[in-house]
Design a protein around this ligand. Structure first.
Ligand SMILES: [Mg+2]
Length: 166
């Protein structure tokens, strides 16, 4: 994990992190961001496709936990039926709740991965906890100036790391 903000994996969609992929890479637990990784901000509960993906993870013995920086009301409603270990106001990029989620799942640094849509919160949080990260593009991005600037900065960091690899 040489670069703080650079994810080990980049996918187009959460479901690309299939049970098959996770098992092949040796992962037994996945810590998930919610907003814009799994569903847009305004979607209160998990959709059918997302539930199918959770089912396939469960059938393959892969543990799931949520660490969201969003508020308790949002996270608890989203997790109501799923009942995964979950942390709202997760304070990513700090590692504390990532480590707690890992302890709840009973997994270790060697077999846990974190997936999210933000380099400066999700990917950084994973690396602070010394676990790898999967980055997906935000499902439905905000259009405010701050978000747009953040995307420019993210692209710059990613492009730089691509160049370094060459
Ligand atoms: Mg997010």
């Amino acid at each position: 994990m040489k670069f703080t903000f650079i994810p080990e994996y980049r996918f187009n969609k959460y479901s690309d992190a299939s049970a098959e992929f996770l098992l092949k890479e040796g992962f037994r637990g996945i810590i998930l961001d919610i907003d814009n990784t799994l569903e847009p901000y305004e979607t209160a509960v998990p959709g059918e496709k997302l539930i199918e993906w959770f089912d396939s993870l469960r059938e393959n013995g892969i543990k799931v936990a949520f660490v969201s920086n969003n508020n308790r009301k949002r996270v608890e409603l989203f997790n109501k039926e799923l009942k995964f270990p979950c942390y709202s106001k997760g304070k990513k990029p700090f590692k504390r709740n990532v480590l707690r989620a890992m302890a709840d799942m009973g997994t270790t640094r060697e077999n846990t991965v974190l997936m999210g849509d933000q380099m400066f919160t999700d990917v950084w949080a994973a690396h602070n906890a010394k676990i790898p990260a999967i980055l997906v593009p935000p499902i439905k991005d905000k259009t405010d100036v701050f978000t747009k600037l953040k995307r420019v900065l993210e692209r710059w960091v990613l492009n730089r790391s691509e160049k370094r690899k060459k």
